[in-house]
Design a protein around this ligand. Structure first.
Ligand SMILES: *Cc1c(COP(=O)(O)O)cnc(C)c1O
Length: 397
């Protein structure tokens, strides 16, 4: 069968593979605890669902403008001003089928074949694949727990070449939970303006941030960096709406127009009757978000303590998102069932077989000494999962 070179270059998502294996074991009746989930375990708030139902029943079921209804783009502009200090008009905003789709459109609209895109590692699995689909080259900047998984400005400077077109910034980060502080973001902005590259700022976890940390939108730091920034956000994480497929981007009008042209020939507009629900999410009560973050925080503290009490595992405290990214390389070299653990894939398999817990190996995020645990699961599951992992590690030889 002929398959295009482009499609053959794409690696299937390691996060989805891990969750498929866990689901298969669950179907076989095995009690697997899932730390693999990349989505909140809370339901979408009722007032948001009600808005979609009302819209559907009222017959709002036809094509909308490609970039989204004017009402929704206005609500996004109000949100960006209120939360992020960003002044935009509806023509600066495009609504897409999830933040992932906005990122894809943004890269296709601004990056040429052969251009370089700087991606700090550990990275979200889709960034390199999206850059690859644009026939551009990912350039990785490796970070670890000694800097809270944030790159230093010197590291960024060293990665820049004449072909650098874009930096993808993700703070708070999936998979590490790393958060860049204001000073770091200022330094990055300065360098981007000096060298003239775009910054794609994926701010999907902006609301899920702990210990009084401040989320800083890089585009808010002045008119020059604002011109170079594409801010991406969405509804999946803050409002537990992963299945709704609602995301958006804000940028200079020319960039948004190019993204809109691409989207008009692929997805067109996103689902009509979800758009009034997105307005309800932005304009309705925000205490639902605070309650979710408070519960995530409680789980975060617990799972970090439990993981750190296991010999061979070292877990930094993440500043945001709902993942921990412990270093498990202290277990490499030990044996399970006669087989030596040699990397994160071996740890993932060991955790699933010996402890019936599903995790995601770090190699897919560009970091083989680590494993991602999502704590978007109940406290009861976390306790049970940590008990099992503790026992299983004691059995390693
Ligand atoms: C979940 C996630 C997204 C995309 O979310 P959508 O469901 O497509 O809106 C984007 N970036 C990161 C880092 C994510 O974890």
């Amino acid at each position: 069968m002929f398959i295009s070179d482009r499609a053959k270059r794409i690696a299937p998502s390691p996060t989805l593979a891990a969750s498929a294996k866990a689901k298969q074991m669950q179907a076989e009746g095995i009690d697997v605890i899932n730390f693999g989930a990349g989505e909140p375990d809370f339901d979408t708030p009722q007032h948001i669902k009600d808005a979609a139902i009302k819209s559907l029943l009222s017959g709002f079921t036809k094509y909308t403008p490609t970039a989204g209804t004017l009402e929704l783009r206005k609500a996004i502009c109000a949100k960006l001003e209120r939360d992020n200090g960003l002044k935009y008009e509806p023509s600066n905003v495009i609504v897409s089928l999830g933040a992932k789709h906005s990122i894809y459109n943004a890269v296709l609209a601004t990056v040429n074949p052969g251009d370089e895109v700087i991606i700090p590692a550990p990275y979200w699995v889709s960034y390199p694949e999206i850059v690859g689909l644009a026939d551009a080259t990912p350039v990785y900047v490796h970070t670890d727990e000694t800097t809270g998984f944030t790159m230093t400005i010197d590291q960024l400077r060293e990665a820049i070449t004449p072909r650098t077109r874009m930096l993808i910034l993700n703070s708070p980060s999936n998979p590490t939970g790393g958060v860049y502080n204001r000073k770091q973001i200022e330094q990055i902005a300065e360098l981007a303006v000096e060298k003239g590259f775009y910054v794609l700022s994926d701010e999907i976890y902006e609301k899920i941030i702990y210990d009084g940390r401040e989320h800083v939108s890089i585009a808010s730091l002045g008119p020059d960096i604002k011109k170079l920034t594409i801010t991406v956000n969405g509804f999946s994480k803050a409002y537990s709406m992963t299945g709704w497929r609602l995301g958006y981007a804000a940028a200079e009008k020319e960039i948004v127009a190019a993204m809109e042209a691409i989207q008009s020939h692929s997805a067109s507009n996103m689902v009509s009757f979800t758009q009034p629900a997105a307005v309800a999410a932005l304009e309705g009560p925000q205490d639902v978000v605070d309650a979710m973050v408070a519960e995530f925080d409680r789980r975060r503290r617990y799972i970090v303590d439990r993981l750190n009490s296991i010999d061979g595992i070292s877990c930094p405290t993440p500043g945001g998102a709902f993942y921990v990214f412990p270093n498990v390389s202290g277990l490499y070299g030990r044996k399970y069932n006669g087989k030596v653990l040699q990397g994160s894939a071996d740890f993932e398999a060991f955790a699933l077989e010996a402890a019936q817990i599903a995790t995601v190996a770090g190699y897919g995020f560009g970091a083989d000494n680590y494993v991602r645990f999502s704590y978007a699961t109940s406290m009861e599951n976390i306790e049970k999962g940590m008990d099992r992992l503790e026992k299983a590690v004691l059995r390693l030889e």
